[in-house]
Design a protein around this ligand. Sequence first.
Ligand SMILES: Cc1cc2nc3c(=O)[nH]c(=O)nc-3n(C[C@H](O)[C@H](O)[C@H](O)COP(=O)(O)OP(=O)(O)OC[C@H]3O[C@@H](n4cnc5c(N)ncnc54)[C@H](O)[C@@H]3O)c2cc1C
Length: 402
Amino acid sequence: MSDKHYDITIVGGGLIGISLACALRGSGLSIALIEAGNLSKDKAMQAPDHYDDRVIALAYGSRLIYEKMGLWSALEPASTAIKDIHISDRGHFSFCRLHSHEVGVAALGYVIAARAIGVGLLPAVNADIYSPAQAGKLQIQPDYVELPVINRENAEKHTIQTRLLVAADGGQSAIARQLNIDMDSYEYGQTAVIANVTLGLPHHNQAYERFTNTGPMALLPRNEQEAALVWTVGSEQAKPLLDLSEREFLAILQQRFGWRQGKFLQVGQRSAFPLVRSQARESFRQRVVVIGNAAHSMHPAAGQGLNLGLRDVAALAQLLQQAQKNATDVGANSLLKAYDRARSRDQDHIMSLTDALVRVFSNEQPLLTVGRNLGLLALSHLPPLKRLFIRHTAGLMGSGLR
Ligand SMILES: Cc1cc2nc3c(=O)[nH]c(=O)nc-3n(C[C@H](O)[C@H](O)[C@H](O)COP(=O)(O)OP(=O)(O)OC[C@H]3O[C@@H](n4cnc5c(N)ncnc54)[C@H](O)[C@@H]3O)c2cc1C
């Protein structure tokens, strides 16, 4: 058992936790990163097992955040630009196309595997990494937070004292639970089935968002002629879809998606993620702040979860760097209140927008069907509305990025 002292301790080495550790490199702050899974920097050069195969649509605004951290060059080679997004409602007349040039950016976003983000970021983490290790029960003191950390391989124990504890421990955050932070949670009864598919025709950097009566289906461009599929289905339909043979799966996918990308030729390994919405009612307590999925998990339909969490990271890192420059307390209540003020509007906005999108577009009620088709038409034909929507999609709102 040994005692360790840090300015900042991040619990959770998911994409948000490691992004924060990267954002704080060079700040002079001492940082601990605790991750329950296996996070080894040596493994980073291969493919760290810890990050899964899900493919992320990183908004253009997230590119700007990583650029500011000096890390975009590590991610760009593994990414594919999204220049256009085609939005349609299966079985109905309307559709809408969003183009990057309409808001003067190089791309609306970038498609990149979660694993590739891990590979790109881990070498830049400048922190003491405790992994595979579990953070235990917190004790909050006026000047610091104390927490036990237990290595899951060799049972080695440390007691960490830290001026600020950052809970980046994902949906179902154990830290938020320990602090009795209430969560507004909702199970959609839907599951996202994800897989890579080979397309019959080149995608020309176009992504598709197709709303179907079971839920939204996204097809995100990858490499030359591949796409990452995120197919939302009722939870009871997920297992049967995973169990289908490749040929059967492709036939159903073709029937649901249509022929805009030619014939679907191949599908890779399929995985399933049950979908839950949950939002913490408070983002901080004394010397503890909750960020990323720990504060807000959402449906992946609008591809906003990581993008929103990265804006949390950028805002928090800026306040912490400023506090370090001014030699003030990084765990001060005033700093945490400033963080909450900076972030709550964007978080509430994205959570409700995503939720509304899923509910309106997973519903076959005739009035809603007419309404959403009129909505898509309006989006197509009203340039100011469309530009506003594109700026949202590209993650350029709520962050002061542009
Ligand atoms: C199918 C799917 C598609 C998605 N697509 C997109 C997209 O296109 N665009 C987008 O922006 N977002 C997308 N998302 C959302 C995005 O993946 C998440 O928002 C993001 O990965 C959350 O990162 P996080 O680090 O906050 O949480 P997590 O990834 O959950 O990481 C939390 C980490 O904390 C660790 N941990 C937990 N408890 C402890 C403990 N007590 N001690 C130590 N460690 C602990 C866990 O092991 C984990 O590594 C998608 C999500 C899904 C499911």
